[in-house]
Design a protein around this ligand. Sequence first.
Ligand code: ADP
Length: 241
Amino acid sequence: QIQKPKLILDNGLRLDGRRPDELRPMKMEVGVLKNADGSAIVEVGNTKILAAVYGPREMHPRHLALPNRAVLRVRYHMTPFSTDERKNPAPSRREIELSKVIREALEAQILVEQFPRTSIDVFMEVLQADAGTRLASLMAASLAVVDAGIPVRDLIAAVAVGKADGVVVLDLNEPEDMWGEADMPVAMMPSIGQINLLQLNGNMTPEEFRQGMELAMKGINIIYNLEKETLKNKYAELKEE
Ligand code: ADP
């Protein structure tokens, strides 16, 4: 059993050198797979996710189709090499839960009512896990959905906030996720002001919660702009071709 390290150093910085209100470096790219209808890679620090989307397409088996909307089938999966100790590739309870949470977040984004009797299939592979994989996966999936040309209400931008050594921090790293006092992933559609996902693990006072939400919104705005840039660059490339 390893002892909890100090998460906030004497100079006020975090173990990875960030200020409490700083995001990790991020990278995004869409259209990275040839055989999927839509795809994206999202990197947040050392967390790296690949997402692929198929559909809307005719639902098989057909009796699972719905007459008034598309059915979303969503799989969040960690590759065996994504963690420091080999992860068993069989779906764990955690992966089943995260698949459901991510599906519900995507159902609020996609205009599913425009595609009755079809299915939209979303696959996320965690290539490298270093905290925040559910949100990076959700963002990769939402970008892949847009890349597939599926109509959406807005893009989804997401970041976790939490508490480490009593300090409210933005975009938790793995030690903060593991040893911190609170972990709160937040995902939003910023332009329409709707929350897609909000979870809270641990304890925060109402004041810390308010502070955390404010910090999350700040991060979400930066990430939202990066997502829009990513899509714009892709379309500019296509136009040139
Ligand atoms: P999230 O990845 O969304 O933050 P958790 O809070 O459940 O979800 O996980 C935090 C981090 O713990 C993950 O990002 C990953 O780095 C690590 N982790 C999760 N599951 C495993 C596992 N089976 N083996 C090793 N590390 C894991």
